[in-house]
Write a protein that binds this ligand. Sequence first.
Ligand code: ASP
Length: 499
Amino acid sequence: MSRSDKGVLVLYTGGTIGSMPADPNDPESPQRVVDWDTFLEMTPQLDPKLLNKRPDHIGFKVDSWSLEPPLDSCNVTPDDWLQMAQVIYDRHDDYEGFVIAHGTDTMVYTASALSFMLINLKKPVIITGAQRSHTFLPRNDGLQNLLTACHFANPKRSKIPVVPEVCIYFGGELFRGNRCRKMDSEGYDAYFSPNYPSLGHAGGSLEVNEKNILPIPKQALQLRKRLNTGVVTFDVFPGIQNSHFVERMIDSNEIKGVVIRSFGSGNIPTAPKFLENFQKANDNGIVIQNVTQCVKGAVSLGIYETSAALLEIGMITGFDATPEAALCKLMVLLGDEDLSKDEVATLGQQCLAGEMSSSVYVQKLKEAGANRIDSKEGERKRLAPAEAIGGSWQSKQISNASLRLYGGEVNTETDSPVEIDVYINVGSDDELHHGLPNYAGSFKRRQSDGKFIISFDITTAAKALIQTGDRVSVTTKLNGQGSVTWQRAEIALFINETD
Ligand code: ASP
């Protein structure tokens, strides 16, 4: 063993990988999770007492910690996540990395939760398990998964780059854990990562796809210890709008967060009574995040006006986050007592641990005296920034930008639409004309039927003019006969996080 090699800590939590038939004489009897000592007896390759004594020993120090008692992962709870996270936090500097032996059923939840609880992780945390255990089955995937996970967790020994992330290793592939879904209840390739490429691969040798892994953070490791378990997730389905399911759930005081698994790119039934439930939930301080029930792809809430009704009732987008990652993220964010509901909603839409391919950054615009443009006034209207745009990104990462006027109403005095010119960051004395580089576009709108979000696409100008940390002003001018009014305005930037 090289002296500087600190070895690996295995956190044993149970699952099929650690199960044996309840009756040792009957291999068909129901399987039961065994304790760590029994598991280690059946796994001499990891036994620290056998280091340098067996040719098939893994060849470096493997210490252990066990959940007491180890569990079928169906019975794992957020308290168990906390125990795992605490051990990794406390012993982070003592090892090259960590392996979690875990049941396959809820592995992606544990991976997701840990990815949000362990902030600024600098070491690999590799979660693995098995469809068939090596403890009693000669033909199995358990032993290879476990040994390979240990190799990924010890980059020094394996001579591979450090993957400072909570990963799932299974069936030859290393994935970002919070991007994974369990797709097969039997096959050895049980997981896949629909919206993010794999981080590595194990065949004859180990490979790490360095361009896909997160950078090693410079800041100190932190542990988010509190989780709010008042979070639920459900699928919308045809007919849900006629049931009282959502109404009852939202009326319960226990619920603080909802992950709604929508159709396609973020759609849900639009029956007004059904939508009212969400408005009410939002008014009651419940955070509602929209992810897709499609296996792959993202919701595009807020990019087009079609999904605007959902924005208007306060729903936030989960982009291409898995439902499991979105649920665990809300539990962690809502558990942080220092965050207000608005801050949870803001962070919910930002990529915190590589779980989403995009983040949205919003800059509110001041409302006072600036929520009306009127052709009669013939004047331009300047919407001053109420705050600076957050985040740390480059302008080329802006994939989409919108000016949103919530509760907007268009009144035209003729049948023709009005035209609204939008400029960003022009001085009060600058002359407005379409040749200005600050000109973001002209948008035609017809008489509106009630108050509704009005959204203008300002992507091209935003890419050229807006930078992280800026305070951006918007100047509007109305052409034609009529007026546009709104209740509140903001600029929303969609930042591509995979560039
Ligand atoms: N029920 C088991 C578990 O998740 C299944 C498995 O490990 O494959 O713990």
